[in-house]
Design a protein around this ligand. Structure first.
Ligand code: SF4
Ligand code: SF4
Length: 137
Protein backbone atom coordinates (compact mmCIF):
# COMPACT_ATOMS: atom_id res chain seq x y z
CA UNK A 1 0.00 0.00 0.00
CA UNK A 2 1.33 3.41 -0.97
CA UNK A 3 1.15 5.99 1.82
CA UNK A 4 1.37 9.69 1.11
CA UNK A 5 2.84 11.51 4.09
CA UNK A 6 1.94 15.08 4.95
CA UNK A 7 4.77 16.59 7.04
CA UNK A 8 2.39 19.26 8.40
CA UNK A 9 0.31 16.51 10.05
CA UNK A 10 3.23 14.98 11.98
CA UNK A 11 2.55 15.73 15.66
CA UNK A 12 -0.72 17.41 14.71
CA UNK A 13 -2.97 18.73 17.48
CA UNK A 14 -4.93 15.48 17.87
CA UNK A 15 -1.78 13.39 18.18
CA UNK A 16 -0.29 15.80 20.73
CA UNK A 17 -3.55 15.59 22.67
CA UNK A 18 -3.41 11.77 22.54
CA UNK A 19 0.14 11.80 23.92
CA UNK A 20 -0.83 14.27 26.65
CA UNK A 21 -3.90 12.29 27.75
CA UNK A 22 -1.99 8.97 27.64
CA UNK A 23 1.10 10.51 29.27
CA UNK A 24 3.16 8.51 26.78
CA UNK A 25 4.98 9.04 23.50
CA UNK A 26 4.06 7.15 20.34
CA UNK A 27 7.67 7.62 19.20
CA UNK A 28 8.99 5.15 21.78
CA UNK A 29 7.61 2.33 19.60
CA UNK A 30 10.03 0.66 17.17
CA UNK A 31 7.44 -1.61 15.56
CA UNK A 32 8.50 -4.99 16.87
CA UNK A 33 4.88 -6.19 16.73
CA UNK A 34 4.90 -7.99 20.08
CA UNK A 35 1.83 -6.05 21.23
CA UNK A 36 -0.21 -7.27 18.28
CA UNK A 37 0.96 -10.85 18.74
CA UNK A 38 -0.17 -10.75 22.38
CA UNK A 39 -3.45 -8.89 21.92
CA UNK A 40 -6.44 -11.18 22.61
CA UNK A 41 -8.76 -8.81 20.75
CA UNK A 42 -6.64 -8.63 17.57
CA UNK A 43 -8.82 -11.11 15.59
CA UNK A 44 -11.73 -8.65 15.91
CA UNK A 45 -9.64 -5.62 14.92
CA UNK A 46 -9.33 -4.27 11.38
CA UNK A 47 -5.97 -2.62 12.21
CA UNK A 48 -3.37 -4.23 14.46
CA UNK A 49 -2.34 -2.33 17.62
CA UNK A 50 1.21 -1.74 16.33
CA UNK A 51 -0.26 -0.31 13.12
CA UNK A 52 -2.29 2.18 15.18
CA UNK A 53 0.97 3.40 16.73
CA UNK A 54 2.62 3.56 13.31
CA UNK A 55 -0.12 5.70 11.82
CA UNK A 56 0.09 8.02 14.83
CA UNK A 57 3.86 8.30 14.37
CA UNK A 58 3.28 9.22 10.72
CA UNK A 59 0.70 11.87 11.56
CA UNK A 60 -2.13 9.87 9.99
CA UNK A 61 -4.72 10.39 12.71
CA UNK A 62 -7.60 10.20 10.23
CA UNK A 63 -6.63 6.60 9.35
CA UNK A 64 -7.18 5.63 12.99
CA UNK A 65 -10.69 7.04 12.88
CA UNK A 66 -11.57 4.68 10.03
CA UNK A 67 -10.55 1.72 12.18
CA UNK A 68 -12.54 -0.21 14.78
CA UNK A 69 -9.39 -1.02 16.76
CA UNK A 70 -9.53 1.68 19.49
CA UNK A 71 -13.17 0.71 20.14
CA UNK A 72 -12.51 -3.04 20.17
CA UNK A 73 -9.54 -2.66 22.55
CA UNK A 74 -10.52 -4.20 25.89
CA UNK A 75 -7.90 -2.30 27.94
CA UNK A 76 -6.52 -5.61 29.14
CA UNK A 77 -2.89 -4.33 29.32
CA UNK A 78 -1.50 -7.50 27.72
CA UNK A 79 0.29 -5.39 25.09
CA UNK A 80 2.01 -3.22 27.68
CA UNK A 81 3.17 -6.32 29.55
CA UNK A 82 5.09 -7.59 26.54
CA UNK A 83 6.24 -4.27 25.05
CA UNK A 84 10.05 -3.97 25.28
CA UNK A 85 9.70 -0.19 25.22
CA UNK A 86 6.99 0.05 27.86
CA UNK A 87 4.51 1.71 25.52
CA UNK A 88 1.15 1.97 27.28
CA UNK A 89 -1.04 1.06 24.32
CA UNK A 90 -4.16 0.67 26.44
CA UNK A 91 -3.86 4.30 27.52
CA UNK A 92 -3.10 5.39 23.96
CA UNK A 93 -6.23 3.58 22.71
CA UNK A 94 -8.27 5.24 25.44
CA UNK A 95 -6.78 8.61 24.53
CA UNK A 96 -7.74 8.06 20.88
CA UNK A 97 -11.31 7.38 21.99
CA UNK A 98 -11.31 10.42 24.28
CA UNK A 99 -10.09 12.78 21.56
CA UNK A 100 -12.70 11.37 19.19
CA UNK A 101 -15.55 11.72 21.70
CA UNK A 102 -14.46 15.24 22.63
CA UNK A 103 -15.13 16.21 19.04
CA UNK A 104 -18.73 15.22 19.71
CA UNK A 105 -18.53 12.20 17.42
CA UNK A 106 -20.23 9.51 19.48
CA UNK A 107 -19.75 5.86 18.58
CA UNK A 108 -23.05 4.91 20.19
CA UNK A 109 -26.37 6.68 20.53
CA UNK A 110 -28.37 5.11 23.32
CA UNK A 111 -31.57 6.54 21.88
CA UNK A 112 -31.05 4.45 18.75
CA UNK A 113 -30.67 1.17 20.60
CA UNK A 114 -33.42 -1.34 20.18
CA UNK A 115 -35.93 -1.13 23.10
CA UNK A 116 -35.98 -4.88 23.51
CA UNK A 117 -32.17 -4.93 23.66
CA UNK A 118 -32.16 -2.15 26.26
CA UNK A 119 -34.61 -4.09 28.41
CA UNK A 120 -32.45 -7.24 28.24
CA UNK A 121 -28.93 -5.76 28.54
CA UNK A 122 -27.31 -5.86 31.99
CA UNK A 123 -27.19 -2.37 33.49
CA UNK A 124 -23.45 -2.58 34.08
CA UNK A 125 -22.90 -3.34 30.39
CA UNK A 126 -25.03 -0.34 29.43
CA UNK A 127 -23.10 2.00 31.75
CA UNK A 128 -19.73 0.64 30.59
CA UNK A 129 -20.83 0.98 26.97
CA UNK A 130 -21.96 4.55 27.49
CA UNK A 131 -18.70 5.50 29.18
CA UNK A 132 -16.67 3.99 26.36
CA UNK A 133 -18.69 4.90 23.28
CA UNK A 134 -20.62 8.06 24.05
CA UNK A 135 -19.53 11.55 25.01
CA UNK A 136 -21.07 12.50 28.35
CA UNK A 137 -20.55 16.23 27.81
S1 SF4 B 1 5.35 -4.04 21.52
FE1 SF4 B 1 5.84 -1.88 21.95
S2 SF4 B 1 7.61 -1.40 20.65
FE2 SF4 B 1 6.71 -3.32 19.88
S3 SF4 B 1 5.28 -2.65 18.25
FE3 SF4 B 1 4.09 -2.79 20.14
S4 SF4 B 1 4.14 -0.72 21.04
FE4 SF4 B 1 5.77 -0.84 19.52
S1 SF4 C 1 -5.00 -3.30 25.90
FE1 SF4 C 1 -6.13 -3.32 23.96
S2 SF4 C 1 -4.52 -3.34 22.37
FE2 SF4 C 1 -3.57 -3.96 24.31
S3 SF4 C 1 -3.64 -6.19 24.31
FE3 SF4 C 1 -5.47 -5.47 25.40
S4 SF4 C 1 -7.08 -5.35 23.86
FE4 SF4 C 1 -5.10 -5.47 22.77
Amino acid sequence: MLLKLDPSKIRCEEIRDIETIAADSVYKCYQCGKCSAACPAAPEMDMLPNQVIRYLQLGMYEKILESNTPWVCASCLQCMTVCPKGVDLAKIMEAVRTVHLRRGENKLNINKLDEEYKARAPQIAMIAGLRKFQSLS
